[in-house]
Design a protein around this ligand. Structure first.
Ligand SMILES: C[S@@+](CC[C@H](N)C(=O)[O-])C[C@H]1O[C@@H](n2cnc3c(N)ncnc32)[C@H](O)[C@@H]1O
Length: 368
């Protein structure tokens, strides 16, 4: 152990000492979210942090999303009680950019609810959103009944996952053990959760490793109960289940980041690095569907933004604004952020077929 600060390392070690190896989801939960030193108890994103997201490229992304929320409001018949909800807001910058971009529109002055369980991040968000109409709840269960839109950027790829490995004719699970302060992998029979999530998996060669996430449901389920009508828009790192299980992806998608470098060992220094795994959008669609959401569209970020930013691009025709154009290119370009991210749209008692963001959606089918 590195002894930098007490917290996640000691906590995981104590759990292993008490009950034996823990699932990687538990390791990840403590490493990222332990209130005492978990990685996500502070703002870690952007130039001075460990990695960039769409949001750190500047207000353009929020401006584009604001256009989508206006279209959602239109699609819902312009309800007077339209509410925006963001989850996983980190420092609150995206919420601020969206609300700022709505100035002068029919949704000028709209309020927002942030779902934030972490008190420290809530305080940072309150500062960023000072002077705006913002409210906070700790989880989707605490929301009032509402009509509107829930959105998130890289929320689902930060949820704890279990790690599974093929034996050639079945699957085992990778648990985390601890000896002399060091963490190591311990392979064992699948937990109940991993057994359910791997049930439909094709046979893969021995050693093929991937991740499964049982936590999507805890988000989309309560949201479906709280939304009378509206949309759920998630933009995230990830792909379909079929692509995640493609033969060449034999090492899985678990990644760690510190100081803008990808680190190789996910078990090293818990609490000091980001840990992330690609979202399985097929699984997310199944969980959301069971909860009562209707899958509208799925598109890579490139196609999503080409549609959603059409008006902005036309406005800049002949009068390019470098402050917006540079970040927009990075967000759009297939070799930059355009292909790595996908946008998925769900609806409830609403029709999202008119949304410009999904006009060019290529990935309408979401193979299992
Ligand atoms: C990869 S960061 C993305 C932050 C920000 N949306 C962005 O794109 O820059 C993931 C965020 O999701 C938050 N998060 C994870 N699980 C959450 C949950 N159940 N409810 C609310 N936020 C959550 C983390 O605290 C973290 O701030």
């Amino acid at each position: 152990m590195h002894g930098k600060s007490p917290g996640p390392e000691e906590r995981i070690a104590a759990e292993v000492a008490a009950g034996g190896p823990v699932g990687f989801d538990r390791f990840m939960e403590i490493a990222l979210y332990d209130p005492d030193g978990g990685y996500y108890t502070a703002d870690r994103i952007g130039k001075h942090g460990d990695f960039f997201t769409n949001v750190s490229l500047g207000p353009v992304y929020g401006e584009v999303l604001a256009g989508q929320f206006l279209e959602m409001w239109e699609a819902l018949g312009r309800p007077g009680d339209f509410t925006l909800v963001e989850q996983g807001a980190n420092d609150g910058r995206l919420a601020r950019d969206v609300l700022a971009a709505l100035a002068g529109s029919p949704l000028d002055g709209l309020g927002i609810i942030l779902i934030e369980p972490c008190d420290a991040l809530r305080a940072v968000q309150a500062q960023t959103l000072a002077g705006r109409r913002a409210r906070w709840v700790r989880s989707p269960d605490d929301l009032p009944e509402l009509c509107g839109a829930h959105f998130s950027n890289e929320l689902f790829d930060a949820l704890p996952v279990r790690v599974v490995r093929s034996t050639g004719d079945g699957w085992t699970e990778r648990f985390v053990g601890c000896r002399d302060g060091g963490f190591f992998w311990v392979d064992g029979p699948l937990s109940g959760e991993a057994a359910v999530l791997t049930a439909g998996f094709p046979v893969r060669p021995a050693g093929f490793t991937t991740e499964v996430c049982a936590r999507y449901e805890a988000i989309v389920g309560p949201l479906a109960e709280k939304f009378r009508s509206g949309f759920l828009l998630a933009v995230d790192y990830g792909m379909s289940g079929e692509s995640l299980l493609a033969a060449h992806r034999r090492e899985g998608t678990l990644r760690c980041y510190a100081a803008h470098r990808m680190e190789s060992d996910p078990l090293a220094e818990p609490g000091h690095r980001d840990i992330t795994a690609h979202v399985n959008f097929s699984q997310l669609a199944r969980d959301a569907g069971r909860a009562g959401w209707r899958l509208e569209k799925f598109a890579d970020q490139h196609h999503f933004l080409v549609g959603a930013a059409t008006r902005m691009l036309l406005e800049m025709d002949g009068a390019p604004d470098p402050k917006r154009l540079g970040p927009l290119k990075a967000l759009l370009h297939p070799e930059n952020m355009g292909r790595q991210f996908h946008a998925i749209l769900f609806s409830k008692n609403a029709d999202g077929s008119s949304l410009s963001g999904f006009r060019h959606a290529r990935d309408a089918d979401l193979p299992a």
